[in-house]
Design a protein around this ligand. Structure first.
Ligand code: SF4
Ligand code: SF4
Length: 95
């Protein structure tokens, strides 16, 4: 499964916990300060390969669960071809 994250750089205080827990090492510290004077975390793939098929992020959400400031949102890409039950058509009985 592929995933991606967004980090609200103004909520982030640069503690680095998300970097520590990411199993794919896809988060790093930004080199520019946010409005509060912290160097916030940033998602590496935002700059390296946005939307790439080679994306390493799995959408595991470890980073978001760990973040004490709830600065991270996780998005998961559904597998191509996977259909939900809502897509399957059922025969409707009529009177
Ligand atoms: S969702 Fe998982 S793989 Fe993706 S950046 Fe967060 S911890 Fe890393
Ligand atoms: S865990 Fe949250 S506050 Fe800490 S560096 Fe990561 S995004 Fe920023």
């Amino acid at each position: 499964m592929k995933g991606r994250i967004t980090i609200d750089r103004e909520l982030c205080k640069g503690c680095g916990l998300c970097i520590t827990v990411c199993p794919k090492k896809q988060i790093e510290i930004s080199d520019s300060l946010n409005a509060k004077g912290y160097y916030p975390a940033k998602f590496k793939e935002e700059t390296d390969s946005p939307g790439s098929k080679d994306s390493k992020c799995t959408g595991c959400a470890m980073c978001a669960i760990t973040c004490p400031d709830v600065a991270i949102e996780v998005y998961r890409e559904e597998k191509a071809g996977a259909q939900s039950d809502a897509d399957s058509e059922e025969t409707q009985e009529k009177d």
